[in-house]
Design a protein around this ligand. Structure first.
Ligand code: CP
Ligand code: NVA
Length: 306
């Protein structure tokens, strides 16, 4: 059976721990530029219907280091679902390539791609979720807060794709996850219910930033208008202004707290420049870890498929 990486909750807790452990080993190897070439003579095809800096560069760099070749297809290359049916693209690329990574708008499209592909499909973000990001984020938290059980992560902003992946992680590994957002911008109610129903994490959806951040180990934010919503940016700015992560809000946790952001950041909107540049900001550790964790995901999928 081919294994895809579409949602964190598709994996058992032990699988996730194994992937994170492999990422630890691959990070050491990559930094030493040791040889690790499970993908010699193989190709990864990367389909991007939306822009990207980190996802493209981390996948391409990682796959190259692991001995393979990564192909980039941008928003104008395929016309996925328009010029060509998704199920045809899935079967076509399964004939040429070893892995598919896709960043698409509609989540149903990545599910359809995976249904018809005979090689692993990795979700590089959809309107619904961003699983590679949150795997890198929990890896980064474990590096900074080793051995700490049930880390308290308080997310401020839109209940978006990043939040859905946090909730799906919370279905498998114990967390205290609070999403603090304006009324009307809550995460998907079914996903929240499923995360609560899994019974291993504390899940909160809150609206008051000052009280939400109390005792946070990590404050996390993301853009207020995601890709595909940029025409709403001005209107959203007014609604989201009280949720800005600034030095005052960081101080309101009442303890030492790390700051995280998946990036790209819009300084002066969801986060101030001072917070981005502060000692407690670990945003570039997160960004670096995207590559190590994705390398582990790719190697793990291939080892555990078929
Ligand atoms: N965090 C992230 O996925 O960044 P890109 O959109 O630049 O890939
Ligand atoms: N929520 C953001 C994440 C970017 C990595 C977006 O979808 O644009």
């Amino acid at each position: 059976m081919v294994r895809h990486f579409l949602h964190i909750s598709d994996f058992e807790a032990d699988d996730l721990r194994e992937i994170l452990q492999l990422a630890t080993e691959l990070k050491v190897k990559f930094r030493a530029r040791d040889e690790y070439r499970p993908f010699t003579d193989r190709s990864l095809v990367m389909i991007f219907a939306k822009p990207s800096a980190r996802t493209r560069v981390s996948f391409e760099t990682g796959f190259t280091w692991m001995g393979g070749h990564a192909l980039f297809l941008g928003p104008n290359d395929i016309g996925i679902g328009k010029r060509e049916a998704i199920k045809d693209i899935a079967r076509l690329f399964s004939r040429y390539n070893y892995l598919i990574m896709a960043r698409l708008f509609d989540h149903a499209h990545i599910l359809e791609l995976a249904e018809h592909a005979t090689i692993p499909v990795i979700n590089g973000l959809t309107d619904y979720n961003h699983p590679c990001q949150i795997m890198a984020d929990i890896f980064t938290i474990q590096e900074h807060l080793p051995g700490q059980e049930k880390v308290k992560v308080v997310y401020l902003g839109d209940g978006n794709n990043v939040v859905h992946s946090w909730l799906r992680l919370a279905m498998r590994l114990p967390l205290h996850f609070s999403c603090c957002c304006p009324q009307g911008y809550e995460p998907d109610a079914d996903t929240v219910a499923e995360a609560r129903g899994a019974g291993i994490s504390t899940i909160e959806v809150l609206h008051d930033p000052q009280t939400a951040v109390a005792d946070a180990d990590v404050i996390y934010t993301d853009v207020w208008a995601s890709m595909g919503q940029k025409d709403e940016a001005d209107a959203r700015e007014k609604v989201f202004a009280p949720y800005q992560v600034n030095k005052e809000l960081m101080a309101a946790t009442g303890r030492e707290t790390l700051f995280m952001h998946c990036l790209p950041a819009e300084r002066g909107r969801e986060v101030t420049d001072a917070v981005m540049e502060a000692d407690y900001s670990i945003v570039f550790d997160q960004a670096e870890n995207r590559m190590h964790v994705q390398n582990a995901i790719m190697a793990w999928l291939v080892e555990h498929g078929n």
